[in-house]
Design a protein around this ligand. Structure first.
Ligand SMILES: *Cc1c(COP(=O)(O)O)cnc(C)c1O
Length: 395
């Protein structure tokens, strides 16, 4: 640290010039997060001095958190579900697994062997961190041709050490939606905890269903679903850090009971202690302002742009690895890594899955408009030509 501080203007100008290194949103096709809704930014600033780790002080902010949770509860088919705002999908999944493990320990009076959780191959990598922290062993079920969990194979993995199943409503890698209804059935039959990770799909599927897209239910209307992760900071259009976790039964949330030192302070029900109330204000503000119809419109726009992207790719002769369910396109392309690297040098950011390395992954969200798609297709063609690869047709 400097002994003598710098003038404010100098500090701000160095931040500005460093931020110029960040790639502008208009050249980003790999990110599920997006430029936040302007009202989220305003509301976040209005709560910049708040800390939800101390709800004796921030009573009103706490009230706003409760309201944001209730609003998302209606989205999940159960207004009365218990939930908390957290830092993101990772913390939400962590809390769900923490509860699943506690519940299993209580029920069985101590676990007999190392506890296991059944997941699909496509489960988000955040759960690997969580399993390491909580001492859980993953049992991995394969996926079908549409990259959805094979529930029959999952069922075959159930044994006396199984404490939970995780289904994903919209994998971040491919946007595929696991058969949550069948998982719910399995959870009921075998008396298992079912966690649904809807970090990517939670703010798409309810609205897309209304628009007639053939997507399955994934929420508390399915009786076997125990807990759900949502990520307002993805398709919820809120700024980072805004995640959320929900439990069907408030008694389950009460298993998260982490005390502070001080008398008359409520127990913490999140992993973080000090946590930003601004995220609660921003989430509440965007949900109230857009309402159901606003999110339906945002979803319609994303699917329109997605359709446009697919048409343009198709006309240029590119093909998809699988038909997309959400707003993620997987383009079959040998040399995908080379194409990605060259585009990155040109300040275009896309991704390539490590497991399926011959395809490009393109995410459509709020900042990806038709002009962005047009510019991207030109860049992609440019990269193909530069690399001496055949770009296919003309449109
Ligand atoms: C993004 C994501 C996560 C992790 O959430 P963070 O907000 O990055 O912590 C977990 N699961 C899925 C399906 C996701 O898309």
């Amino acid at each position: 640290m400097r002994r003598k501080g710098l003038p404010k203007e100098e500090v701000l100008s160095s931040i500005r010039s460093l931020r110029e290194k960040d790639v502008p949103w208009s050249r980003v096709l790999n990110s599920i997060c997006t430029r936040p809704h302007p009202l989220a930014v305003e509301a976040f600033q209005a709560g910049i001095d708040t800390n939800l780790g101390d709800v004796r002080i921030f009573r009103g902010t706490h009230d706003i958190e409760r309201r944001a949770v209730a609003l998302m509860g209606t989205l999940l088919g159960k207004e009365s579900c218990a939930g908390s705002l957290v830092s993101g999908g990772t913390e939400a999944n962590l809390l769900a697994m923490y509860v699943a493990r506690k519940l299993a320990t209580q029920r069985r009076g101590g676990l007999t062997g190392p506890p296991e959780v059944i997941v699909a191959e496509t489960v988000h990598y955040s759960v690997q961190k969580i399993f390491d922290l909580l001492g859980l062993t993953p049992r991995t079920a394969p996926v079908d041709k549409r990259l959805r969990m094979d529930v029959k194979a999952a069922e075959a993995l159930v044994n006396e050490r199984t404490i939970a199943l995780i289904g994903t409503a919209g994998t971040s890698e491919f946007g595929s939606v696991d058969p949550i209804e069948a998982l719910s059935q399995l959870a009921l039959e075998r008396d298992l905890y079912l966690h649904v990770d809807a970090a990517t799909g939670g703010f798409i599927i309810p609205f897309a269903r209304e628009l007639g897209h053939p997507l399955p239910r994934f929420d508390f209307s399915l009786p076997g679903v125990t807990s759900i992760t949502l990520d307002p900071h993805k398709y919820g259009l809120v700024n980072v850090p805004a995640g959320a976790v929900f439990f069907r039964d408030p008694a389950l949330q009460s298993l998260i009971s982490l005390d502070s030192f001080f008398a008359r302070t409520p127990t913490h029900r999140t992993f973080l202690g000090t946590r930003p109330g601004g995220a609660a204000l921003a989430t509440y503000a965007v949900l109230e302002h857009l309402g159901w119809e606003g999110f339906v419109e945002a979803t319609r726009t994303n699917y329109d742009t997605m359709g446009y992207l697919l048409d343009r790719l198709n006309a240029r002769g590119y093909s998809l690895l699988l038909p997309p369910e959400l707003n993620i396109a997987i383009v079959d392309l040998p040399a995908a890594v080379q194409v990605m690297e060259l585009l990155e040098r040109w300040d275009w950011i896309i991704s390539v899955s490590k497991r399926y390395s011959n395809c490009l992954r393109l995410v459509v969200t709020a900042h990806v408009t038709r002009p962005v798609v047009d510019a991207f297709i030109d860049a992609l063609d440019g990269a193909m030509t530069e690399l001496g690869l055949v770009s296919c047709g003309t449109d």
